[in-house]
Design a protein around this ligand. Structure first.
Ligand code: 6AU
Length: 255
């Protein structure tokens, strides 16, 4: 039997995690949609449609061709209307001083609107220290990429173990991992990409598992991109993935 989201909320100090568990319970959803669209109107239309069914919206802000600050304002309106967290999938990978600037400055000013972002542990603890300076006071949280869903990923074995140690040293800001399974006994969140009900891979080595397989491996939040935004009816698919993820969670918490 796994602990419920509500039971687990007590183990965390980071306010982002408290907010996330609250949303998951209110909406009965552990679904994160990866909204990998390149035009802001299309993206905002997608978010408005799937918003009621998700706990987290994941962005790749640098693929937007017509980004402006107005987009952020409208995204935040949708966030308030539909009650979800925003996860900017920036995958920072540089030294601390550089990532702090990339996180807080430039065109995107990610730390000013993204509740969660992520980073590769590759550069060592300095990457967390730099991002922490930009995000902790704003109440943000960080996920470390402990594993990747793509074929041939080098984030395995001792690399994954070092990533877990890095998270343990930085529990105030690191809220969990991007990974395919529960990689650590500590109560870190696990966000799992590479989830599809209909496909097992794409042409670039992306590897998919079902929501049930992901949750049974210890995932807390399933990330679905093309399975939802690539569908003819995004609402039907968002509901389908939300229901599949939630049913798998309920079954796991009763087992
Ligand atoms: O469902 P898809 O394959 O259309 O999209 C998966 C999403 C994409 C990737 O950039 C992201 O998940 N992703 C990540 C993340 C979230 O960090 C890590 C990884 O190992 N694999 C992966 O696909 O937006």
């Amino acid at each position: 039997m796994v602990d419920t989201y509500t039971e687990r909320a007590a183990h965390y100090t980071n306010s982002v995690v408290q907010r996330l568990f609250g949303i998951i319970q209110r909406k009965n959803s552990n679904l994160c949609v990866a909204a990998d669209l390149t035009r802001k109107t299309a993206l905002l239309t997608l978010v408005d449609a799937v918003g009621p069914y998700i706990c987290v919206l994941k962005t790749h802000i640098d693929i937007l061709e017509d980004f402006d600050q107005e987009f952020i304002r409208r995204l935040q309106e949708l966030q308030a209307r539909h009650d979800f967290l925003i996860f900017e999938d920036r995958k920072f990978a540089d030294i601390g001083n550089t990532v702090k600037l990339q996180y807080t400055s430039g065109i995107y000013k990610i730390s000013s609107w993204a509740d969660i972002t992520n980073a590769h542990p590759l550069p060592g603890d300095g990457i967390v220290a730099g991002l922490k300076e930009g995000g902790l006071e704003k109440g943000r949280g960080l996920l470390l990429l402990a594993e990747m869903s793509s074929e041939g990923s080098m984030a395995t074995g001792s690399y994954t173990e070092s990533c877990i140690s890095m998270a343990q040293r930085n529990k105030d800001f690191v809220i969990g991992f991007v990974a395919g399974r529960k990689v650590s006994d500590d109560d870190f969140l696990v966000f799992t990409p590479g989830v599809s009900l209909d496909t097992s891979r794409d042409s670039f080595g992306q590897q998919y598992r079902t929501p049930q397989q992901a949750i049974d491996s210890g995932s807390d939040v399933i990330i679905v991109g093309r399975g939802i935004y690539g569908a003819e009816d995004v609402v039907v698919e968002a509901k389908r993935y939300r229901d599949a993820g939630w049913a798998a969670y309920l079954a796991a918490s009763l087992e």
